[in-house]
Ligand binder design. Sequence first.
Ligand SMILES: [Zn+2]
Ligand SMILES: [Zn+2]
Length: 187
Amino acid sequence: MIGAIDVRDLVGRYGTWKSEQVSGTIDDLATELAGLSEDTPVSGELVLESLAEGILASGRLQGALSLRCARCLKEFEQGFSVELRELFVPFPHEDSDEYPLDPEGFLDPDQMMRDAIGVELPFAPVCRPDCRGLCARCGGDLNLGECTCTEADIDPRWDGLEALLHEWNQLTGDQAPERGPERTGKG
Ligand SMILES: [Zn+2]
Ligand SMILES: [Zn+2]
């Protein structure tokens, strides 16, 4: 949880600014294979600047993502760093991308951080570019040589399939001429 930032000293005083350290956790921000690391808080420094329209928050956040490899399902962590630059206004327009600024003079960066980090979550993380994944037959990790399937295990299946294909080709091949112009000889 990252609390709201007190910006009462900035509101209405255009041109003034201050910087604020933020650090904390953000709950329930995860996809099937990616989320925020529970061990590493999100942290960063925000510069808050008073403008006529509201408060401009900019800065950079860093933290760690907890990911599961889409190929081998291994869990791993990966650092991230994301840049922010968002405007907080008292009454954001519905279809604008501005964030609400509490009229009392508090700015809650939670939703902004969620949005910024959310787009960093990969749909299909891979533990390393050349991850070989799991064997589709035995489920063994091919990176660790866990697969016990041998060529001999696989060959008979292919043989069977090949024979079937051959049979099928012959069948359809034989039938093909009969599907030509239908002349039943009754003419
Ligand atoms: Zn992997
Ligand atoms: Zn295998």
